[in-house]
Ligand binder design. Structure first.
Ligand SMILES: Cc1ncc(COP(=O)(O)O)c(C=O)c1O
Length: 390
């Protein structure tokens, strides 16, 4: 029998990293040592007190039933406490906070609750691929907002034609940014909120790297802008801030009606987390935060190694103030990022990501992740150096 997929899925391309995994597995079978600088999954563990909370709660007999959809009140209150403490933003844990099974889940589901066929979604280009996949699977249309070096990788709102802004229903933003490593000042968020209020557009700000900052930089939240809750929702995550990517704990915070819709949708879809994970997430949010600074220094040292080595090889790089990525413009003699990354992987075993995976404006770039120990990172830079000078 021929299985006929629903139209909404037939246009979806395989996730880039799923294909990459297959290529890497084949190369490893030939005995090649691969250095992975492609994905953004933190290599370091969370602090012990967080793991201990998980273990203690997992031992309790009353912790093994279904969890609460959208998180326990205690977890939602812990997120509200974090927003108050970190950004001076007040949130109602019942109406303005929703726990997510990783922010990716909420990011995808936001399109399912807001976007009808032919609704228009404004997307940064390049961007985290799930914004586009969510819009396309809802049968929406997308409109690119190029992130260019000359605009500090911020979208230029003046370049969005009036008729496009009138039609747009949702705008995605993400700072500190994946893949460019760029950051956004609060003044930019103010401009965005004014624009969104004027045109009646929902703003979804995705901020999983907000606490992965370097050189004393402190990233703001879009919810710090007055009137933001009228139009905006912010996604945040424990994945990068607390080295807990596999635990799958994220949050949506902001506009109460959007939170209500996401909760309604989720109530049909998932049965929440394992409660000890929610307890440990609460412990992470309410406990000592000072270790995050030390962890960021580890990433900062790795960033410096990559930026120094690759700049010397002719890549053009803005020193990132935050995120887990270095965004590197290819040297002139290379104009195809896919061919570059493919050749680098197959000839040296160093795996980095072609920028075009994140959108057309990423075509002349590659992305290097900083989630690999310094020793391996140096090994990768050395292999790249020898190969490029051949
Ligand atoms: C920009 C961005 N948003 C969201 C996510 C997903 O994070 P989570 O682990 O919370 O699902 C990632 C993961 O790499 C990301 O880079």
């Amino acid at each position: 029998m021929e299985i006929k997929p629903a139209q909404r899925i037939s246009q979806v391309k395989p996730y880039f990293f799923a294909d990459l995994e297959k290529t890497i597995a084949q190369l490893e079978q030939t005995g090649m040592d691969i250095v992975r600088l492609d994905m953004g999954s933190p290599d370091l563990p969370p602090e012990d007190f967080i793991i201990e909370s998980l273990v203690e709660n997992a031992r309790r007999p009353d912790m093994h039933g279904y969890g609460k959809t959208g998180g326990t009140f205690e977890l939602r209150s812990a997120f509200a406490h974090y927003y108050q403490n970190r950004f001076n933003v007040e949130l109602d844990p019942d109406k303005e906070v929703l726990g997510l099974i990783g922010s990716k889940e909420g990011i995808f589901n936001l399109s399912q609750v807001l976007i009808n066929a032919d609704d228009l979604v404004l997307l940064p280009d390049p961007c985290y691929p799930v914004y586009r996949a969510g819009a396309l699977i809802s049968r929406g249309e997308t409109y690119p907002m190029p992130l260019l070096a000359e605009n500090d990788f911020l979208p230029d709102l003046d370049q969005i034609p009036d008729e496009v802004a009138q039609r747009a229903k949702l705008m995605w933003l993400n700072y500190p940014n994946n893949p460019t490593g760029a950051v956004a000042p609060l003044a930019f968020y103010k401009e965005v909120i004014d624009f969104a209020v004027k045109y009646g557009i929902v703003v979804a700000h995705d901020a999983p790297y907000v606490d992965v900052c370097f050189d004393h930089y402190i990233a703001p939240s879009i919810l710090q802008v007055s009137r933001s809750k009228e139009v905006a929702i912010e996604f945040n995550s424990l994945s990068k801030t607390y080295n807990m990517a596999g635990w799958r704990v994220g949050v949506a915070a902001g506009n109460a009606e959007i939170i209500r819709l996401l909760r309604l949708y989720k109530s049909q879809l998932d049965s929440s987390h394992f409660t000890p994970i929610m307890e440990a997430a609460k412990t992470a949010l309410l406990g000592d935060q000072s270790w995050i600074q030390d962890r960021n220094l580890v990433y900062q040292d790795r960033r410096d190694i990559v930026v120094k080595s690759m700049t010397a090889l002719g890549f053009s790089i803005e020193m990132p103030k935050a995120s887990l990525y270095v965004w590197a413009g290819l040297p002139d003699r290379w104009n195809d990022g896919i061919a570059f990354c493919d050749a680098l992987l197959k000839q040296t075993g160093v795996s980095i990501t072609p920028g075009v995976v994140y959108g057309d404006s990423g075509a002349g770039y590659v992305r290097i992740s900083l989630v690999t120990p310094e020793e391996r990172l140096m090994e990768a830079m050395q292999r790249m150096n020898i190969w490029m000078k051949e």
